[in-house]
Design a protein around this ligand. Structure first.
Ligand SMILES: Nc1ncnc2c1ncn2[C@@H]1O[C@H](COP(=O)(O)OP(=O)(O)OP(=O)(O)O)[C@@H](O)[C@H]1O
Ligand SMILES: [Mg+2]
Length: 254
C-alpha cells in the first residue's frame, strides 16, 4: 500500500487483560477513503481493536499510525486533533441519557467545533431527518426510544461532525432486516459522501458485503483472513466459509 495513501496502519498490536491475550500481533492497514469491515466470532477482540485505534485502550505492545503519525504514545492533548477527526458508533449505542436526542447528536459540534446552540439544534434536526427520524423526538431522552431508533440517533451523532474516520461497531445488530438495510445504506451514503475512511465491525455477512471495500477476519488474536469484497465472495478459506455457513464445524471452536 502506498504510504501517503494509508489512513490507519496497525503494526504488531498486542493487548491482554488480566494475563489473557486478546490481541496477539495484529497487522492491518486501511487506505484513505476505504471501507474496511472486520468480522469474527464474539469475544475475539473486535471492539477492543477499535478502542485501541481510538485511543480509549492503551495497547501492551505495537504501533498505531494515523496519517503516518504514531499515536500510542501521545498525551491526551496531543491526541485531541485525532479525536476531532473521528466519529464512532458504539456497540451499545452509548447515548447520554442525561442529554436530549438533539444534544446527543450535536455534542461534538458544540464541544469541539463550538457551534452555537441554535445552529447546532437545527443541524441535529436535519441529521435526524437524514436517518429517517422525526424532528418531534429531538427533545426526548434517548431512554424513551426503541433500540432501532437509538441506533439511528447514534449513527447521526457519529457522522455529525463530518469526521474523516468513522467507526461503526455492530451498527445493525438487534435491528429488524428492513431497518438493518436502511442503516447499511445510511452508512454507505455518509462514508462515500464525505470521502471518509471507515472501519465497521459486524456479525452480519450480508451487511459486510454491502458496506465493505475490504474485509478482515479476526480470530484467536490474529487477522486470519483479509481480502477485497470480490475475494471474500469467492474464497474457500475455511474460516470465512464457517462464518458464512453459520456452521459449528470448522477451524472456529466454540
Ligand atoms: N476493559 C476490559 N477489561 C477486561 N477485559 C476486557 C475489557 N474489554 C474487553 N475485555 C475482554 O476482551 C475480550 C474481547 O472483547 P471484545 O469486546 O473486543 O469482543 P468482540 O469481538 O467485540 O465481541 P462481540 O462480537 O461479542 O462484540 C473479551 O473476553 C472481553 O471480556
Ligand atoms: Mg464487540
Amino acid at each position: 500500500m502506498n504510504k501517503t495513501n494509508t489512513k490507519i496502519q496497525i503494526k504488531n498490536l498486542h493487548k491482554a487483560f488480566n494475563g489473557k491475550a486478546v490481541l496477539s500481533g495484529i497487522n492491518l492497514s486501511v487506505a484513505k477513503g476505504e471501507s474496511l469491515v472486520i468480522i469474527g466470532p464474539s469475544g475475539t477482540g473486535k471492539s477492543v481493536l477499535i478502542k485501541n485505534i481510538l485511543g480509549l485502550i492503551k495497547p501492551d505492545q505495537g504501533k498505531i499510525y494515523i496519517d503516518s503519525i504514531e499515536t500510542t504514545h501521545l498525551s491526551e492533548s496531543e491526541r485531541q486533533p485525532f479525536y476531532t477527526q473521528m466519529g464512532m458508533l458504539f456497540q451499545g449505542g452509548a447515548l447520554f441519557d442525561s442529554l436530549s436526542v438533539w444534544e446527543n447528536i450535536s455534542f461534538g459540534l458544540m464541544e469541539s467545533q463550538k457551534m452555537p446552540e441554535d445552529v447546532a439544534r437545527e443541524e441535529a434536526i436535519s441529521l435526524l431527518k437524514a436517518v429517517g427520524l422525526s424532528s418531534k423526538i429531538a427533545d426526548h431522552s434517548p431512554a424513551d426510544l426503541s433500540g432501532g431508533m437509538q441506533k439511528r440517533v447514534s449513527l447521526a451523532r457519529a457522522v455529525a461532525t463530518k469526521p474523516k474516520i468513522m467507526f461503526f461497531d455492530e451498527p445493525t445488530t438487534g435491528l429488524d432486516p428492513i431497518m438493518a438495510e436502511t442503516i447499511n445504506h445510511l452508512i454507505i451514503d455518509n462514508v462515500k459522501k464525505l470521502g471518509a475512511t471507515a472501519v465497521t465491525i459486524t456479525h452480519d455477512i450480508h451487511s459486510a458485503s454491502m458496506i465493505a471495500d475490504r474485509i478482515a477476519m479476526l480470530y484467536d488474536g490474529k487477522i486470519v483472513w483479509e481480502g477485497t469484497k470480490a475475494e471474500f465472495e469467492k474464497t474457500k478459506d475455511p474460516y470465512i466459509l464457517q462464518m458464512k455457513n453459520r456452521s459449528s464445524k470448522g477451524p472456529i471452536g466454540n
